[in-house]
Design a protein. Sequence first.
Length: 221
Amino acid sequence: MAWLADLPWVEVVGYAGSILVAVSLAMSDLLRLRLLNLVGAAVFTVYGALVSAYPVAALNGFIVLANIYHLTRMKRDEEYFELLDVTQQPGPYLARFLEHHRREIQEIAPGFDPGRLPAPRLLMILRNLEPAGLVVWTDRGEGVIRVELDFAVPRYRDLRCGRWFFRDREAWFAGQGYHRFEAYTPSERHGHYLQAVGFTPDPPRGRGWYRRLVTSPPSQG
């Protein structure tokens, strides 16, 4: 990036805005896309004003306002989450879901096959009644749950499903006698996701292993 030092600082501002907007459009997480796009558009607004390109400044100023509007709406709108337990009756939809997302699932959980797991629980996460993800876990005894798969469809990869499942339902798991989640993934991207929803690396287990303690007290009633 030494070539940046030879450019006028105003052009550096323009390049920075271009890079931020380009990177934002490559993101599948809608929340991060809007945040980064907002910052990129704001930088472009400043750039347009500096070089007297007022149409550029006006357009990107509008994009900034549009992003602020949608981010505010995303934060304000309440969503309804629920679980659909398909353990006993997986049905054709689950098979189609797994096949459709097979490539991405194999990236985060290589060799995943619920038919080979010991007594798995298969739970579809519904978000406003739309299938948003799938969590598959097994009871490893002594209060330990192994998360065999935690997958969200692309349009719902904004951490809300994961936070709802692991944080908002924590009291339920504690009430069932569980005290720890464990998960393994070779995917660095999925590892970042696990840490974002409360997991921490588990070095004694080896690279790719993560754990999360269940800290909530048992639910009452």
